[in-house]
Design a protein around this ligand. Structure first.
Ligand code: SF4
Length: 329
């Protein structure tokens, strides 16, 4: 099947006093109908910027280059106005900090009537009510609260209502950025379940940004591992988790497993400065397997079965100079 979304060589940078911050620096991936791609990596590696960049939701002053192909057009060159019209019915987003808030003067029911009435004018009142209550119920909000006002709910419930509002429109592509971090475990399970239903019933594709590899294992088909603005490894979750090919993926998995058991093992060092990243492979200062050539040349993506990896351990060997495989002192 054709991808719903195809991102090619996407770059996002911001100006700063010290120079350009290259938050996303040449990222490519495809997303097929009904597929969930987990985007993982430490904080500060560019995950959130990538998620927002794909939807054209960057702060003013940010520069965007490359291609985000969706529905026959490149979203990078689509106007802000058009993008705004696509958000909701086509492009969905769930962020930890909702971009819009519930209007305190409107009942919850009125929020749903407005959203569905605008984007699906053929629905009658009963259908709107049915769809809305179903979406709310899936998020654990009882139907009896349908006509309540926002202030009658707790903060966590308001957030769930916002998620129900995003999902009721059944967008074909959703970016969810750490949607479960601020929620309790029960709600987290509900969100994962409802996202699973959406993709089964409506072929919704999802870019799921998280630092929780357990959620990726449970809810995602594919995973992309981001480091310093690049995707250093991507592939089916089962393959990447069983046979991680990039040293950073291995370290990330190792730290997750030991955190769950002993509470220890962090990847030594910190993610690099995106204004002045390390030369060659950006992971080389922290990589336990770095070789002499790693700081010298940027590794190119290599396909290893269903996985794609950017690491000199996997060639292409004909580019490796003599002595290049020797360990770095
Ligand atoms: Fe480590 Fe070299 Fe591979 Fe980078 S290219 S991850 S430094 S082995």
């Amino acid at each position: 099947t054709e991808p719903v979304l195809s991102v090619q060589d996407l770059r996002v940078w911001y100006g700063s006093e010290r120079g350009a911050v290259r938050a996303v620096d040449g990222v490519s991936f495809d997303l097929r109908p009904g597929e969930t791609l987990g985007l993982v990596g430490e904080s500060g590696c560019g995950k959130t910027t990538l998620g927002r960049g794909v939807l054209g939701l960057l702060p003013r002053g940010a520069k965007l280059d490359g291609e985000v192909n969706y529905g026959g057009r490149n979203l990078v060159t689509t106007s802000r106005r058009e993008l705004q019209q696509m958000r909701g019915p086509e492009l969905g987003l769930i962020f930890q900090e909702p971009l819009t808030r519930l209007n305190p003067l409107l009942r919850v029911s009125e929020h749903f009537e407005e959203a569905l009435g605008t984007h699906e004018p053929d629905l009658d009142k009963e259908e709107i009510k049915h769809r809305s209550i179903e979406a709310l119920r899936a998020m654990g909000i009882p139907p009896t609260r349908y006509r309540a006002y926002p202030h009658e709910f707790s903060g966590g419930m308001r957030q769930r209502i916002m998620i129900a509002l995003a999902l009721v429109l059944r967008p074909s592509f959703i970016v969810a950025d750490e949607p479960t971090t601020a929620l309790d475990v029960l709600v987290e399970a509900q969100i994962i379940r409802i996202l699973g239903d959406l993709r089964r019933n409506f072929d919704t594709s999802l870019l799921f940004i998280t630092h929780n590899l357990g959620i990726v294992a449970e809810a995602c088909d594919r995973v992309a591992v981001m480091y310093a603005g690049r995707i250093v490894e991507q592939g089916p979750v089962t393959d990447v988790f069983a046979r991680p090919q990039h040293p950073y993926t291995r370290e990330l998995l190792r730290s997750t497993i030991s955190l769950a058991t002993t509470g220890l093992h962090y990847i030594p060092g910190a993610p690099p400065d995106l204004i002045d990243p390390p030369s060659g492979c950006r992971f080389h200062p922290r990589c336990p397997e770095a070789m002499r050539m790693c700081p010298q040349q940027f590794p190119q993506p290599v396909a290893l079965g269903p996985q794609t990896v950017e690491c000199w351990l996997h060639g292409p060997q004909n580019l490796v100079p003599e002595g290049g495989q020797e360990p770095l002192e």
